[in-house]
Write a protein that binds this ligand. Structure first.
Ligand code: NAD
Ligand code: UDP
Length: 313
């Protein structure tokens, strides 16, 4: 039995990961400061003798004996990471230092939840891992983008200088049950708006694209990456290469919910990437043929079911 630490374990992705790790017979320590996460996401695990919940902020050091660390602690929605940009940078940078220090002391493996945002508003399409990106270092997204880029650099330096066993995963837009209804990201916003027959808020003309991955596909990729040999550090893209415009997403959500909602066009936020799509060649080569298996319509249908229950509709 391995003892696995999941920081940000009460968040959207973290809670799915805790479920999966426990199902596979591991002991799980879920660490969270509940900034965007919620006890509701993991309440069903409380009482499980192999599950421990710790209220803690990754900005301060954490001591425990662990075999593996999944470092997910960080707000992921632009609304929430921009709420306190300084804290977002501290969470990414000091959180990475603290988790790397823990991994160094305990000789555990540590996986960093990095992001497609390291590519910024990309000039290369689709984005391979070799692309260095196009990020505005002083824009409103920089607290998140540069924080995550600095964390990648810290991971590489700890690996090269101290031999820490690291894994860098660049996660592309992921959605699914357990997203917070007020999360602010596009999939949860559109579903909640459609279910309530409210206007669907499209930022800009809706022609910007994203590639949406269902959470189960991501968790499978994360577990496979953690299990790769020590010589493979990544970074590796994990995402669904199916690319959709935001307007197409809105129309699909309206159709699947049978909603009466109309589209409302609002200003596009500064530095909002125009296009995004992962090149997953490396993931399929290094992660045992991994590829996403849940198409957007199927994943949206499951997510809509979750929000219907959550909102009591
Ligand atoms: P989320 O906001 O639901 O989860 C983040 C969790 O981290 C929350 O439970 C929050 O309370 C916790 N947290 C935040 N700051 C903390 C701190 N200082 N100390 C301890 N806990 C803290 O977001 P998510 O979508 O589950 O994202 C999880 C991770 O995956 C994040 O690191 C995010 O950057 C990364 N990621 C997510 C996506 C995506 O599309 N969902 C894409 C790329 C990267
Ligand atoms: N978006 C939108 N309406 C919303 C929320 C987001 O049109 O209510 C757009 C946003 O401008 C961006 C895309 O949807 O172009 C994805 O936004 P999200 O915040 O989900 O993630 P990110 O921009 O970080 O990929």
């Amino acid at each position: 039995m391995k003892r696995v630490l999941v920081t940000g374990g009460a968040g959207f992705i973290g809670s799915h990961l805790c479920d999966r790790l426990l199902r596979e017979g591991n002991e799980v320590i879920c660490l969270d400061n509940f900034f965007t996460g919620s006890k509701e996401n993991i309440v069903h695990l409380i009482g499980n003798p192999y599950f421990e919940l710790v209220r803690h902020d990754v900005v301060t050091p954490f001591y425990a004996e662990v075999d593996e660390i999944f470092n997910l602690a960080c707000p992921a929605s632009p609304v929430h990471y921009q709420y306190n940009g300084i804290k977002t940078i501290k969470t990414s940078v000091m959180g990475a230092i603290n988790m790397l220090g823990l991994a160094k002391r305990t000789r555990s493996k540590v996986l960093q939840a990095s992001t497609s945002e390291v590519y910024g508003d990309p000039h290369i399409h689709p984005q391979p891992e070799s692309y260095w990106g196009h990020v505005n270092p002083i824009g409103i997204r920089s607290c998140y983008d540069e924080g995550k880029r600095c964390a990648e650099s810290l991971f590489m330096n700890y690996h090269q200088q101290n031999g820490v066993r690291i894994k860098l995963i660049r996660i592309f837009n992921t959605y699914g049950p357990k997203m917070h209804p007020n999360d602010g990201r596009v999939v949860s916003n559109f579903i909640v708006q459609a279910l309530q027959n409210k206007a669907i808020t499209i930022y800009g003309d809706g022609q910007q694209t994203r590639s949406f991955q269902y959470v189960d596909d991501l968790v499978e990729g994360m577990i496979r990456l953690m299990n790769t040999g020590d010589d493979f550090t990544g970074p590796v893209n994990v995402g669904n290469p199916g690319e959709f415009t935001i307007k197409q997403l809105a129309e699909m959500v309206i159709r699947l919910t049978g909603s009466k909602s109309k589209l409302e066009f609002l200003p596009l936020p500064q530095d909002d990437p125009i296009q995004r799509k992962p090149d997953i060649t490396l993931a399929s080569e290094k992660l045992g043929g991994w590829k996403p298996v849940v198409p957007l319509e199927e994943g949206l249908t499951k997510t809509i079911g979750y929000f219907k229950d959550k909102l009591g509709l």
